[in-house]
Design a binder for this molecule. Sequence first.
Ligand SMILES: *Cc1c(COP(=O)(O)O)cnc(C)c1O
Length: 392
Amino acid sequence: MGKNIYFDNAATTFTHPEVVEAMMPYFTQNYGNPSSIYEIGQYNKNAIDKAREQVANLLNAESAEIFFTSGATESDNWAIKGIAESYKNKGNHIITTTIEHHAVLHTCQYLEKNGYEVTYLPVDEDGLIKIEDLKNAIKDTTILITIMFANNEIGTIQPIKEIGEIAREKGIIFHTDAVQAIGQVPVDVKDMNIDMLSLTGHKLNGPKGIGALYVKKGVRLRAFIHGGAQERRRRGGTENVPNIVGLGKAMEMAGQNMEEKNNKMLLLRNKLMQGIKEKVPYCKLNGHPEKRLPNNVNYSFQFIEGESLLIMLDMKGICASSGSACTSGSLDPSHVLLGIGLPHEIAHGSLRISLGINSTEEDVDYLLEVLPEIVQRLRDMSPLYEDFLKNN
Ligand SMILES: *Cc1c(COP(=O)(O)O)cnc(C)c1O
């Protein structure tokens, strides 16, 4: 096998060997049901309590404010539908943005079909909302503001603390999908006035199928899954103990030497951004140049198709992602790239590179070596490029 360089860490990450090691005993000897009163049951109840504390610590939350879920999709669904129902006597208006993850957008669209009103705030060309737009959108009937911490495609980080302050002033609940931010930038729910927050294990070197929802004390949130008394009667069903333990361990590890790890990541990211800008003509950075995740690079290349670019990169052993959804059977470019105002043809030629904890300078150098050649080869086959050359 040739090279295998994984630059798609915003899609998912490998499970860290230390996380796997922490999980293993809970598949075999520690299989007791945490609800049972004998020792192996209680032992597992303690393991869950410890993981809850590990998750809470990284967010500066209390353990009692953390609920385990199957991932961020469930957390987003629970937060939004739960608040919509629990606060429907107060109002039916929700504020979000046009560039949210589908777990938020499709949930909001579902609620619109059921009598709720949703405002989708636009973003500027860097992917930022305008605070003025948010203030203007608030009504007496607004019950929830749900705005993502950092965007999964273009890496832009929203002014979360300011949004939190406005929500707090107006007495509106503020939920954020912080999946991409956790472990990448400091997240402090108290300092940032966050009432609810979604996260998932597999984006931070934890296992898949486990996530959490942080719910600030005092927020009324109806149960999501009715059944047993697990998760303080809010989410029934026997706990996924190995995954919960794995999420706890991954959160703990994400918090260790975060600044040092992220400075290293920033060096790689900046080298990549600088290198692409210098070596590939007719390209454009997507997302905010500074207010962006330390692991995210997203460029559009004129005259080419992102899908072809991905295939050629794959042949060179590089895994990355594009901003068009052709693979999922649709020809529309991503709503995020359209949301920042890219024309269709530019959005189609986009590439997302997301670094991980194992990314090296060698990997970056290799990408910078092969990318310019590939882009040029694709352009040489492009009628659009031919026209462009003729006319310029
Ligand atoms: C990956 C992701 C999700 C979904 O997480 P799952 O664990 O796959 O449900 C939600 N929001 C954002 C921003 C993501 O990147």
